[in-house]
Design a protein around this ligand. Structure first.
Ligand code: NAD
Length: 292
């Protein structure tokens, strides 16, 4: 099999949540061998179940052959041991949006993978340069920011840290293209492009709700019917994960030195406290009881 990029054959994916499972699926469907790591065995099993379901439905709809679906699934190996990422040419980290977690993962991964392997972060808002500083070879660290759902969304933001080499950027762009994505270069600033543009979309909707002006249903309906958006802000927060969206809001706010227009909402905090996290927990701004 000829792959688009001769250097990248095995891809490690760290974190098997909403994004990690989607990225693992895209990579496997594109012909890469995938090592999918998580700290939680139940979530690894859930990820494989959801990837298998997605591939089966795609095969039923004729979007890929049953053999291609089966082959993609067999390319994914799950593991609870980070050390199993040792043969990976590229590792894409999709762990929670916490600088502490990401720094410690990049420190540990540096001692596991070859010195010429690439370490990419799927962070939505955190500094690639800061994450890279925890790695042994910051020139091999890059931002590779997929969008949700990763198997369907075409955009990938590619972000160079202060020391990232041009060669690494080139390989990541080529790999993203081989996955059928449209890579776009973005600067290493909080939220990059999309997550900065998107902040007021969520936060102003939350202010409307908090001020008692309109319900989530009304706001979503108006944004869809009046604005032509595919999903309203509350539907999108439920898809993303309210905890993940809140972490992104906090991160952008803090990194812009508490710029008032980026101030997170107490409503997000309450939803996270109550563990109503959206689709992944069966309940968020809406209920998804039948899907869980
Ligand atoms: N959800 C989105 O729409 C979206 C979109 C783009 C980027 N992102 C970014 O992707 C990353 C992951 O987000 P998500 O939505 O998949 O989160 P998630 O909560 O769905 O999944 C996170 C996973 O990481 C695992 N994990 C926890 N601690 C870990 C550790 N120390 N090492 C490895 N894995 C660990 C968890 O068990 C979980 O399976 C975040 O940085 C987020 O900002 C999210």
């Amino acid at each position: 099999m000829i792959l688009g990029n001769a250097e990248v054959r095995t891809i490690g994916v760290i974190g098997s949540g909403v994004m990690g499972s989607g990225i693992a699926q895209v990579a496997a469907q594109s012909g890469y061998a995938v090592r999918l790591f998580d700290v939680d065995e139940t979530l690894l099993e859930k990820a494989v179940g959801s990837i298998a379901g997605f591939l089966r439905r795609a095969a039923e709809k004729g979007k890929l052959t049953p053999e291609a679906a089966e082959n993609a699934l067999t390319r994914i190996t799950t593991t609870l041991s980070l050390g199993e990422c040792e043969p990976c040419d590229l590792v894409i980290e999709a762990a929670p949006e916490s600088i502490g977690i990401k720094e410690s993962l990049f420190r540990e991964l540096s001692s596991i993978v070859r010195s010429d392997a690439i370490l990419a972060t799927n962070t939505s808002t955190l500094g690639v340069t800061q994450i890279a500083a925890a790695a042994t070879y910051p020139e091999r660290v890059v931002g590779m920011h997929f969008f949700n759902p990763a198997p369907l969304m075409k955009l990938v933001e590619v972000i160079a840290g202060a020391d990232t080499s041009d060669e690494v950027i080139g390989t990541v762009i080529e790999t993203a293209r081989h996955m059928g994505k449209n890579p776009v270069r973005a600067k290493d600033t909080p939220g990059f492009i999309v997550n900065r543009v998107a902040r007021p979309f969520y936060l102003e909707a939350l202010r409307l709700l908090q001020d008692g002006i309109a319900s989530p249903e009304t706001i979503d309906l108006l944004v869809r019917k009046g604005g032509g958006f595919r999903m309203g802000p509350f539907e999108l927060m439920d898809l993303i994960g309210i905890d993940v969206n809140y972490a992104a809001s906090r991160s952008v706010y803090e990194q812009y030195f508490q710029e008032p227009r980026f101030r997170p909402s107490i409503l997000q905090q309450r939803m996270v406290d109550s563990r109503h996290l959206g689709r992944k927990s069966g309940r968020g701004w809406y209920r998804y009881d039948e899907e869980t």
